[in-house]
Design a protein. Structure first.
Lengths: 124, 279
């Protein structure tokens, strides 16, 4: 890793990561707030007895019916996915800069994350 | 019901502020307060906490990354350990008794606090000779310390030890639903000899990723309740927005002084819980 390359790498990587992180946080907050506003406006959460969707399919169905808590869950899901995109960005940029070791490390992390999500679906 | 949500929101704002300033996810404060004082069932508290960890991590990481204090390579390298730990932790959930965890957590925290106290006067770590793997992975960097007013070059070492600490941190994160940022910061600070601000910033960068590894599980199990998780996430985001700005204006030694009473409180609480003294 030459000095110039590393500096360019640093700029690129850090710039994109900062953008992604901000985007993830802001969009999830906006969606969550929308869901909360909806629940206040409508006067209920769209689910009886304090229930809420906890699978992607259930969230999708709830969204189709404009249920406030489904919107909130979507926002929470976006938040959960933000770190995943964080890692994808790292892998992509390291790869583009021919920093193979770190690109592979990032891909390794991605694999672990995917495994954990799949396990989650299996037990959920 | 609205009052309950507002209380959760207020708690979350404070947790977010403290958390982002100390390189933690704030979950370490959130779970005890929500379960002990706000009557939230522990599984929902942990689920909301995991979400808040991601919120804090992402919100403040953006600013640290932009300010080029975060060492992304060290973060990625250590995160391989933490996510593996998170998987192991999730697996261990069925096997280990929670009190054992609380006890271990508390003991390790108190030991780390003692070490921190010893290092309190060190503004910057001493110059370091790197071990071979740290050299090979180029675990070094540089950042501009606004409070000290000059560029700080640093080299890390102790990559194996750091990785192991991160593995444990990841396992704890999955087991307790916290960010375990404390472990990460201390691991980097003590074992890898990184400057405090770099440890904090890099920890912020990492804890969200580790939390995502267990968040999927909690989401599917129905432990993420919008009524709890939404005010938590929003509150933590608000608090965490202010944190990095405050951290940049303070000396590393001041940050450490803040850290110590927090650690003692959390360590003692955890131990008491583990020994069955606290509910």
């Amino acid at each position: 890793m030459s000095g110039d390359d590393t500096r360019l790498a640093a700029n690129d990587l850090e710039r994109w990561l900062a953008i992604l992180l901000r985007l993830g946080v802001l969009s999830s907050a906006a969606v969550i707030l929308t869901g909360v506003a909806m629940s206040i406006w409508i006067g209920n959460t769209g689910y009886a007895d304090g229930g809420f969707p906890h699978s992607l399919i259930a969230v999708f169905n709830g969204l189709m019916e404009f249920k406030p808590f489904a919107v909130v869950m979507l926002g929470l899901f976006i938040l959960i996915m933000t770190p995943v995109f964080q890692v994808v960005t790292c892998a992509a940029i390291f790869w583009r800069l021919n920093d193979r070791p770190y690109a592979l490390l990032a891909l390794f992390i991605l694999a672990i994350l995917m495994i954990s999500f799949t396990l989650g679906k299996a037990s959920g | 019901m609205a009052l309950h949500e507002l209380l959760i929101l207020a708690t979350a704002v404070i947790a977010g502020l403290l958390g982002s300033m100390l390189g933690m996810g704030g979950g370490t404060f959130l779970v005890p307060i929500m379960t002990l004082f706000l009557g939230v069932p522990i599984r929902l508290a942990i689920g909301a906490s995991i979400v808040s960890v991601i919120a804090t991590s992402s919100a403040s990481a953006a600013k640290f990354v932009k300010a080029r204090i975060t060492n992304i390579r060290i973060g990625i390298m250590l995160e391989t350990g933490a996510t593996l730990g998170a998987l192991s932790g999730a697996y261990l959930v069925g096997i280990l008794h929670p009190s054992v965890l609380f006890l271990i957590f508390g003991i390790v925290l108190l030991i780390s606090t003692y070490q921190l106290i010893l290092r309190r006067s060190l503004e910057l770590p001493e110059p370091v000779t790197q071990d071979s793997i740290s050299k090979r992975l180029c675990l070094s960097g540089s950042y501009y310390d606004t409070r000290l007013g000059f560029q700080v070059d640093y080299r890390a070492t102790g990559a194996y030890k750091g990785w192991l600490v991160l593995y444990v941190a990841g396992a704890l994160s999955a087991l307790l639903g916290i960010g375990a940022g404390l472990f990460k910061v201390l691991g980097m600070d003590i074992f890898m000899k990184l400057p405090m601000k770099v440890s904090t910033a890099t920890s912020n960068f990492m804890i969200g990723i580790t939390a995502a590894a267990s968040a999927g599980l909690y989401f599917a199990r129905g432990d993420i309740d919008p009524a709890v998780a939404a005010p938590t996430a929003l509150g933590v985001l608000m608090g965490a927005s202010v944190g990095p700005w405050l951290t940049g204006r303070m000396k590393s030694t001041t940050i450490r002084t803040l850290f110590i009473p927090v650690l003692v409180y959390v360590g003692v609480t955890m131990m008491l819980k583990g020994m069955g003294v606290l509910h």
